[in-house]
Design a binder for this molecule. Sequence first.
Ligand SMILES: *[C@@H]1O[C@H](CO)[C@@H](O)[C@H](O)[C@H]1NC(C)=O
Ligand SMILES: *[C@@H]1O[C@H](CO)[C@@H](O)[C@H](O)[C@H]1NC(C)=O
Length: 412
Amino acid sequence: MAAARGGLARLLAAAAVCVLWAAAAEARSPAARVHRHLKRLNKPAVKSIESPDWDIIDCVHISHQPAFDHPLLKNHTLQLRPAFHPEGLYDDTKSSLASGEAGEKPMLQLWHQNGRCQEGTVPIRRTKKDDLLRASSMRRYGRKQHTTPNPLSVDLSMLNEGGHQHAIAYVEGEKYYGARATINVWEPKIQQPNEFSLSQLWILGGSFGADLNSIEAGWQVSPDLYGDNNTRLFTYWTSDAYQATGCYNILCSGFIQINSEIAMGASIFPISNLAGSQYDISILIWKDPKEGNWWMQFGKEYVLGYWPSFLFSYLADSASMIEWGGEVVNSEPNGAHTSTQMGSGRFPEEGFGKASYFKNIQVVDSTNQLKAPKGVGTFTEQSNCYDVQDGNNGDWGTYFYYGGPGKNSNCP
Ligand SMILES: *[C@@H]1O[C@H](CO)[C@@H](O)[C@H](O)[C@H]1NC(C)=O
Ligand SMILES: *[C@@H]1O[C@H](CO)[C@@H](O)[C@H](O)[C@H]1NC(C)=O
């Protein structure tokens, strides 16, 4: 009897091990990994809106957003408004009147055609299975290779091996506490799905070594990241030169969103036409001197949220360089060039309506005021492929045209 019971016990134990083993194998399977990853990224929604571009925008309760998965944000007290604004404190009554009066709001993102998120929620672009499967590595999803142009030391070896190309304006040599720009919006053509084209501003701290701190925002076309060729609003941050920290939008926790109208990574609408209507977006990023957080505003009235100061080392104090402009990935090897466009795909000489522009570029100085940048430099690796030309006039303040077609007879 004892032996039989022992046998049964062993049998049961073996069966249990089998079940556990099967469960463990299931948990390790690629499908289960995708499922777990999606569950971590996509939080339960109060409401979901399907955008005409097939995106799903989840309206997620503000305190359930992915940022709060960050271990250092467990006890964080959500800041519902900045303690300081370089253009004067954000006025709730003014903005609600401005947007509510006519019962109509300006179209800024494509998904607005099919609905809005309610107050107290934040709109989050849902990550789909296909988004993860497109990424070369799920762990690296949203953390793609990204660079900062270094106008102080050009690495020409990058060009010969295929790499990133830029056309930018920049300032350095002072302490900066923010920057703004109004950026013309286009839909540049991308030759290969693993290339991208973006137009953005960079807030930089530290040196161009391994610990570079960066906060970035603008628009981008990135087929690999989004699965289409649409122009999307994006942000990016890193505190170690793109190595272990940082990613696009809110794909890793860090940026805390407070706004219920604008979704990171969502398509911008409308887009400029060649020799037709021109559209632009305004982005302002500034450091709140009281709390130390870096805030972002989109347009005149949408304060989107903030990056807590503790994410950064150098930027916990101030920025040492500001850059504005375009970047593309050139994946052609051996010194050849991709035909991926930057900006509108036209050179700066073509001017308004054809070339893309940044206008009213400003910095927040050490007195926390928005000022025209002093001593603006420009930089491009190969002006025959993508170029930049700056200028100054009344309405446009400090501005520049930038971009180009990439591959052409002068840029083989
Ligand atoms: C959060 O608060 C709890 C309780 O006060 C504390 O034990 C924990 O260390 C805090 N966590 C962080 C990340 O500050
Ligand atoms: C994106 O554009 C490229 C050419 O510029 C085209 O080959 C590709 O099919 C487009 N992708 C999508 C998803 O529309």
